[in-house]
Write a protein of this length. Structure first.
Length: 464
């Protein structure tokens, strides 16, 4: 296999194997090649681990650290971009100095079975801004300009794999990403909620799908570049533990992982500060040692979320409606509920004479409720779709530390399970802009107790 250039693209029973001379489709049985290649270096001192490589420094150092520890390492990047956006992205790539051949080698423009399409992103209108985490596991979209989920991700991850002398594979997860992340993202906005696509991607794509495929090729673990740790507690359960660096901690986005997923996951980066990770990368000669982090949603790189939803859902997108106050008095007209999220101030275009904010979205009446900043604060947050991690179940009220957003500093609260299985969190200090659809993560000390999806806050929490 001297002509091997980058890796393999999975596609419903087939792989795309890239050689210097072109791209060829071969049967999935050739996955045996991965196993042979991963053992040919004479490593195999410990168990086999698939490392999700985004082309960024964190996941690259994760691969390096695990290889240094003696693991049999395979690098994997997940292909998630739809076929139909490739041509336009390829055209834009050439604006960044990439030739047609470079784009084809980086993007697999050749058709592959199983990919479902979706609307493309574009435009510059201001819209709702769901939070994202720094991408810490291999994931490649079709955007071009050097971000961790961009066109350069495959190229950068491949160069790192070459330096580390490990097999490198690009797996096709377009269907999983479309269903669990992109479709979910659009559906949540249509019902007036603000989703968190990164958490959905972590649970269903980066772990569930990747772990299933990795186990199928004989891997014992998957590994990521997340700033978090995994620990087994005295009660026998596994839990995500806070990173040694609070500034980069990513445990909030991992509350949804199951015990089985945690049992087959390694997170070596969580033991280090970011500066130390970059120093390790530089000393190891990794070409991404100083590559910047990325925080935008990978499938909406221009951040025009409302435009993306409009092109995807088309006639299902609600049209303009009324801005109202809490009593229902009409204050003006809005552009459509998908343009707004709880706590939003900019882009309202309301001549109120004072700062006002979105305090509630009512999809049933197509109304956006406007209020003052103090109207955004609540001590009560109701959440559902709970996943318990450090405990098996919440059997009695418990004082914990809660975060209602990725960048929320957090507050102490008492959580109590309701008759329908949801959990009511009563915070000791009011929290601001608890947006339905976002996630809340609860901590017992430095360990993740669990978390769920916010259903409402304040009166809405009490009335559910």
């Amino acid at each position: 296999m001297d002509g091997f250039h980058k890796g393999l693209f999975g596609a419903e029973g087939f792989l795309w194997v890239i050689f210097m001379t072109g791209i060829f489709q071969i049967p999935m049985e050739c996955m045996d090649f991965i196993q042979e290649e991963s053992q040919s270096g004479g490593i195999g001192l410990k168990q086999k681990v698939v490392v999700g490589m985004s082309g960024g420094v964190d996941s690259s150092v994760a691969a390096y650290l695990l290889k240094e520890q003696g693991y049999d390492v395979i690098g994997v990047t997940m292909r998630i971009w739809p076929d139909h956006i490739q041509a336009s992205e390829a055209s834009r790539s050439m604006d960044h100095g990439l030739g047609t051949g470079d784009v084809q080698r980086s993007m697999n423009i050749f058709p592959a079975a199983g990919g479902r399409s979706s609307g493309t992103a574009g435009g510059s209108n201001a819209g709702p801004k769901p939070e994202t985490e720094n991408c810490s596991i291999g994931q490649a979209s079709a955007e071009t300009a050097g971000n961790c989920c961009g066109l350069t991700a495959v190229e950068d991850a491949g160069r790192v794999a070459e330096v580390l002398n490990i097999p490198y594979v690009v797996m096709d997860f377009r269907q999983e990403f479309q269903h669990h992340v992109m479709d979910y993202f659009v559906e949540e906005y249509l019902r007036g909620y603000t989703p968190n696509p990164c958490i959905a991607c972590n649970r269903y794509v980066k772990w569930e799908a990747l772990l299933e495929h990795s186990r199928a090729v004989g891997a014992d673990y998957i590994a990521t570049g997340h700033y978090a740790r995994i620990a087994r507690l005295a009660n026998g359960r596994l839990a995500v533990r806070s990173s040694v660096t609070a500034a980069k901690d990513q445990t909030y986005a991992l509350y949804h992982l199951t015990q089985s997923q945690l049992a087959h996951t390694l997170m070596p980066v969580g033991e280090y500060e970011k500066s130390r990770i970059r120093a390790i990368a530089e000393k190891a000669g990794l070409p991404v040692a100083h590559k910047r982090d990325s925080q935008e949603i990978c499938f909406v790189p221009d951040r025009d979320y409302a435009g993306f939803i409009s092109r995807t859902a088309k006639e299902h997108v609600p049209g303009p409606g009324n801005f109202v106050d809490d009593s229902g008095n009409i204050l003006g007209r809005h552009r459509g509920i998908t343009h707004y999220t709880i706590g939003q101030r900019r882009g309202l275009e309301l001549p109120m004479g004072e700062r006002v904010y979105v305090t509630e979205i009512r999809p049933d009446t197509n109304e956006v409720v406007i209020g003052k900043d103090e109207d955004l604060f609540t001590r009560e947050v109701l959440c559902h779709k709970m996943n318990y991690m450090s405990i098996e179940d919440l059997k009695q009220p418990m004082r914990v530390f809660g975060k209602i957003r990725y960048n929320h500093k957090g507050e102490y609260c008492t959580i109590e399970k309701q008759s329908d299985g949801s959990v009511l969190a009563v915070f000791e200090k009011p929290v601001r802009a608890a947006a339905p659809g976002q996630s809340v993560c609860f901590y017992d000390g430095e360990y993740v107790l669990g978390g769920g999806i916010i259903e409402g806050g304040g009166g809405r929490a009490r009335n559910n």
